[in-house]
Design a protein around this ligand. Sequence first.
Ligand SMILES: *[C@@H]1O[C@H](CO)[C@@H](O)[C@H](O)[C@H]1NC(C)=O
Ligand SMILES: *[C@@H]1O[C@H](CO)[C@@H](O)[C@H](O)[C@H]1NC(C)=O
Ligand SMILES: *[C@@H]1O[C@H](CO)[C@@H](O)[C@H](O)[C@H]1NC(C)=O
Ligand SMILES: *[C@@H]1O[C@H](CO)[C@@H](O)[C@H](O)[C@H]1NC(C)=O
Ligand SMILES: *[C@@H]1O[C@H](CO)[C@@H](O)[C@H](O)[C@H]1NC(C)=O
Ligand SMILES: *[C@@H]1O[C@H](CO)[C@@H](O)[C@H](O)[C@H]1NC(C)=O
Ligand SMILES: *[C@@H]1O[C@H](CO)[C@@H](O)[C@H](O)[C@H]1NC(C)=O
Ligand SMILES: *[C@@H]1O[C@H](CO)[C@@H](O)[C@H](O)[C@H]1NC(C)=O
Length: 351
Amino acid sequence: METQKLLYASVFLLICTAKAINPEAEALLRWKSTLIQANSLSSWSIANSTCSWFGITCDHAGQVTEINLPNTGLHGTLHAFYSALYQNLTKIDLNNNNLVSTIPANISMLLTLTFLYLSSNNLFGAIPYQLSKLPMIVEIDLGNNHLTNPDPAKFVLPSTLKRLSLPNNDISGPLPHSLPEMVPRLRYLNMSFNGFSGSIPSSFSGLHKLKTLDLGNNNLTGGIPEELGMISGLQTLLLYSNPLGGSIPASLGQLQLLEVLGIYNASLVSTLPPELGNLTSLQGMVLPQNQLYGSLPPSFGRIQELQFFEIDGNSISGTFPVELFTNWTKLRLLDVSSNLFSGSILWQISN
Ligand SMILES: *[C@@H]1O[C@H](CO)[C@@H](O)[C@H](O)[C@H]1NC(C)=O
Ligand SMILES: *[C@@H]1O[C@H](CO)[C@@H](O)[C@H](O)[C@H]1NC(C)=O
Ligand SMILES: *[C@@H]1O[C@H](CO)[C@@H](O)[C@H](O)[C@H]1NC(C)=O
Ligand SMILES: *[C@@H]1O[C@H](CO)[C@@H](O)[C@H](O)[C@H]1NC(C)=O
Ligand SMILES: *[C@@H]1O[C@H](CO)[C@@H](O)[C@H](O)[C@H]1NC(C)=O
Ligand SMILES: *[C@@H]1O[C@H](CO)[C@@H](O)[C@H](O)[C@H]1NC(C)=O
Ligand SMILES: *[C@@H]1O[C@H](CO)[C@@H](O)[C@H](O)[C@H]1NC(C)=O
Ligand SMILES: *[C@@H]1O[C@H](CO)[C@@H](O)[C@H](O)[C@H]1NC(C)=O
């Protein structure tokens, strides 16, 4: 009789304890236990309520919705990270840590995930093609790692994507022509410092929502497609350090909202199209180290927002149109050195 009571009591106790441990907490602690370095996670203990843990955000129901641990010195892998117990996780921010090894494919089982930030770690291996299956993903940032191409036969970008940032990895091959069909809502694309080759697809003109395009420091050839002038909302266009060649298309003058044009060190052989004077929002024209020739178009005087004008290391000739300075009232940096200008520019400027 007494033994039976004791047994009931201990079973009851067991059930109570089991209920008290939030299953999500258990999953988080399991991952924490695999980390080599997790000093910043001292509040992660069952004694504290999960929702009060450092970096954890919960919804009204007490379910974990965000894991925000950027720049917290975490060292370890993501292999034990995924758990089917996360019902409502929308954001993972682990930027700027020392996460190593591969991105486990089972992260793609987090069907509520909207933001995935894993940039500036030491992740390597192929980007898991399973990320294609995240139905609610809006922003992916995997920059500054050592990641390689996803399986091209199985990978498609999720159509919900608005921001894709993959700079400074080891991704190579051609840029996908079908990008506008895959990700029509894309606003930000950063593929800089990779090994992309081939030409910039003219189909990119179909990225109607695009505001930022950074394809710098790759191995892109085949010139600047004039169709880029059709991306009417474009604010930042960076194509620097590619063996692009060809000329600057006059169509770029149609980019009414363009603020930064950075196409230095790109083997351009071109005059400066007068149409660029229509870029009335432009703050930075950065075109050094090309083979630009001809004279500076007086129409550039219409670029009243200009703060940075850099065309050093080209073959621009003629006199520097002094009229430009009456309108470039916001100018902060001017570098026109190593060109073929006639007359003293300094004299002209001081006047
Ligand atoms: C909760 O975590 C903090 C560390 O951030 C710790 O000082 C505190 O003792 C914990 N509370 C309990 C009840 O364990
Ligand atoms: C997730 O994937 C990693 C790496 O492949 C594996 O070690 C881990 O057991 C998986 N987790 C679950 C819950 O399937
Ligand atoms: C997830 O969160 C939303 C609101 O953010 C809520 O409506 C929903 O019930 C939650 N789902 C679960 C499974 O908790
Ligand atoms: C693209 O990513 C690189 C590397 O992180 C960064 O330095 C650069 O500012 C980004 N470009 C834009 C336009 O945000
Ligand atoms: C760039 O592409 C060319 C072929 O177009 C190739 O010969 C060269 O090795 C590539 N360079 C780099 C650094 O990948
Ligand atoms: C110029 O661009 C090439 C690629 O075309 C790159 O390898 C080189 O490092 C760049 N040079 C500078 C100074 O950025
Ligand atoms: C753009 O500039 C050129 C030359 O400066 C001019 O002929 C043309 O009409 C302008 N286009 C628009 C749309 O303003
Ligand atoms: C300076 O800007 C005004 C206003 O946009 C414009 O009317 C004028 O033509 C510009 N001057 C030059 C030299 O381009």
